[in-house]
Design a protein around this ligand. Structure first.
Ligand code: ADP
Length: 682
């Protein structure tokens, strides 16, 4: 029998994105014809019942996606840890006719959910026995269907690549560390920054990777030498000698040494003050990491997970065990909840038993690779080349429009190459610069501070090489004896690389390995689901639209927001999802007059019923004839007295700004893989 009523609750530590998940569960449920309840204050609301269990309508979850925390409240509930508490909770579930429950919380909350489901038949039997429910009611609720979503800023859960809130927490960390770095560099100071993560070094590791920190301490992989304190001091001293103006040490709250002794921020401060003979400042980021607006990624992840959770409940059979909905390899996944909870606990157990190899093995391969990468690029100076090794001459250029993250990728690529003993060249101004011979050998310290910079320090160009350019490019390759080339760029870079490949018979110099690393805010490149820069652009769109929406509180207004993307609707679609737009116009779907007519009717209807804001997002090339100004005129004319219409063309602000943590991380990962590939082909 099809289920009719579901409920959603948020529990344990709050995380940015929980609101988007609740909104998505409620609206997907309503769309599927279900009645949806929100349980306020987590399990406490389930135990208290009454007014804490509220039926939700479509509008009840409007305007909440941009807010941090959880508007339906969360709590730590002692009563739910007891069977008596869960018995009362079961009664409240049945009284409200709830057949399926979506729990959004950390591993504690999900452990509780699983226990509740396991005990369900016995709880129901007991409720009959003590006369709280009838036999008939019991027969109607043989089981409670449960789906869990992980809301946790720590990204500490097995079975998902990202937990709800982790990306936003990384945003807070990179904002803070970037700010600290600029003041530290001015005074040549050393800072210790402590971030959250009791059993998981994700935030510390990725924060260090994204911000170009000088040393990082995580629980899963304590320093592997006894005298790590001396090694750390020497490393920072060497960094200063090599020209670094600041020293940043990031440590996770669960950082420890090999014997399991916790390493606190004041321990690190003392060690560094004694070793460096200078003042060392400590910043404990604490709850700042949990706060603030959710990032674009968290809004979209939560929306997709919430949507899938409802469908999973609808499709579940009564005997099915609880499911966990997560994301694996950019695909929404369903896994048995308990298996994920148990495997999550295994990492904590391994750390508690000082079995760090096992703890690292239980983490994803990208976690381990990032750990290796961060340890290399944060070296003060590279390893010396091995005597007799073949030293390849490898060049890198940026091509096409600037994309945030290009500098981070270039920095990692060059440093990893130098560290492996190769000679690395930077080419200024893309293929145009290559034709002009703007090539220079890069030094380890040339890329100081690049990790967090937007734009392209090397310089990029939209020039597409043709005719005589090709001769000039071939001459540059010969002159500098370039063995391999990395093109970090967008479509123009791809076309240029393709042209070089096709011209190999005419220009033998082009017979070198070439790799293209996708970097374009448009996310329109073949062979990759994410190009560098896209996430930053999406966050820029979300920031701008949040502000635009706020500006309209005093009027009844519809905005038509135009975003970039060339012929790819990614930014419009994902921007629309993350901002709660009513309609998204993309050329993949096309735009017809009929669509516009339908949309304007829906808009008018909405405004007549009291709505105050309309939001339509369109891709810049969605339709050549139905332009942004055409749409605005059409809506304005049809809206008459009901509402007015304003265009908002976001333009180049989408391309600018410091790269988001995700773009920095992705740039680092892809450049490492690109280097491996080029060396292998050399
Ligand atoms: P998180 O979900 O963020 O890990 P907690 O561990 O504090 O946070 O769990 C949140 C709530 O989930 C607890 O206050 C309790 O109500 C419930 N809970 C946690 N662990 C259990 C458990 N083993 N059995 C029953 N309920 C639990």
């Amino acid at each position: 029998m099809a289920i009719k009523r579901i409920a959603v609750l948020t529990s344990g530590g709050d995380a940015q994105g929980m609101n988007a998940a609740v909104r998505s569960v409620v609206r997907t449920g309503l769309d599927r014809g279900l009645e949806v309840f929100a349980i306020y204050e987590g399990y406490q609301g389930l135990v208290d019942g009454g007014a804490r269990i509220k039926k939700m309508g479509w509008d009840a979850v409007g305007g909440m996606m941009n807010r941090g925390g959880t508007i339906i409240g969360t709590a730590r509930c002692q009563a739910f840890r007891t069977r008596e508490g869960r018995l009362i909770a079961a009664k409240n579930v049945i009284v409200h006719g709830i057949e399926g429950l979506v729990v959004i919380g950390g591993d504690g909350s999900l452990t509780g959910a699983n226990l509740f489901r396991e005990e369900w038949p016995s709880l129901v039997a007991e409720l009959v026995e003590i006369g709280k429910i009838t036999q008939e009611e019991a027969a109607d609720y043989p089981n409670l269907l449960i789906v869990g979503l992980v809301g946790s800023i720590d990204n500490d859960f097995y079975g998902t690549d990202m937990t709800i809130g982790a990306d936003s927490a990384l945003h807070r960390i990179t904002e803070a560390v970037d700010a600290i770095t600029s003041t530290a560099a001015s005074h040549q100071r050393t800072f210790v920054v402590k971030v959250m993560g009791r059993n998981c070094g994700y935030l510390a590791l990725m924060g260090a990777l994204a911000c170009g920190a000088d040393w990082v301490l995580i629980p899963e992989s304590p320093p592997d030498v006894e005298n790590w304190q001396e090694v750390m001091v020497e490393r920072l001293k060497a960094g200063r000698k090599a020209g670094r103006r600041d020293s940043i040490v990031i440590l996770a709250e669960g950082a420890r040494d090999r014997s399991g002794n916790y390493i606190g921020s004041s321990d690190v401060q003392r060690i560094l003050e004694e070793g460096l003979k200078e003042d060392v400042r400590v910043t404990v980021l604490g709850h700042v990491q949990r706060g603030g607006r959710p990032s674009a990624f968290d809004r979209n992840l939560s929306t997709l997970l919430g949507h899938e959770a409802v469908d999973a409940i609808i499709q579940a059979k009564p005997e099915d065990e609880p499911l966990h909905i997560g994301i694996k390899g950019n695909r929404i996944s369903r896994l048995p909840l308990m298996e994920c909870v148990n495997n999550t606990h295994l990492v904590a157990e391994a750390i508690a038993e000082d079995d760090y190899e096992r703890a690292m093995d239980l983490r994803s391969s990208s976690f381990k690779e990032s750990w290796q990468t961060v340890r290399t690029i944060m070296r003060a100076l590279p390893h010396a080349p091995t005597p007799g090794q073949k030293r390849f001459r490898i060049a890198v250029l940026n091509a096409g429009a600037p994309a945030p993250g290009m500098n981070t990728a270039t920095r990692t690529f060059v440093r990893l190459g130098i560290d492996q003993g190769h000679i690395m060249f930077g080419i200024s101004n893309g293929f145009e610069g290559m034709a002009k011979g703007n090539v220079r050998e890069m030094d380890w310290m040339d890329m100081g501070g690049w990790a967090s910079m937007g734009g392209s320090v090397l310089g990029t160009s939209r020039h597409e090489p043709k005719g005589s350019d090709l001769y000039a490019i071939a001459r540059t390759i010969d002159k500098y004896q370039i063995d391999a080339l990395l093109v970090i760029g967008g479509w123009i870079g791809y076309e240029a690389a393709f042209k070089m490949y096709n011209e190999r018979s005419n220009f033998p110099s082009f017979n070198i390995p070439i790799v293209c690393l996708p970097a374009s805010i448009n996310n329109n490149l073949p062979g990759s689901e994410f190009s560098i820069g896209t996430d930053t652009a999406l966050n820029n769109i979300v920031d701008a639209v949040d502000k635009i929406k706020q500006s309209a509180v005093a009027t009844r207004r519809c905005f038509v927001v135009e975003v970039m993307g060339h012929w790819c609707g990614y930014l419009a679609l994902m921007g629309g999802l993350a901002t709660g737009a009513e309609q998204v116009y993309i050329n993949e779907r096309g735009v017809t007059l009929q669509d516009l007519q339908k949309d304007v009717e829906l808009l008018s209807e909405g405004f007549m019923q009291g709505k105050r804001l309309g939001l339509m997002i369109r891709n810049e090339y969605a339709n050549d004839i139905y332009t942004t100004s055409f749409m605005c005129s059409l809506f304005e004319e049809e809206g008459k007295e009901l509402f007015d219409v304003r265009p908002a063309i976001l333009g180049h602000q989408q391309q600018g700004g410091d790269p988001s943590p995700y773009d920095r991380i992705q740039g680092t990962r892809l450049s490492r893989i690109s280097l491996d590939k080029l060396i292998e082909q050399c």
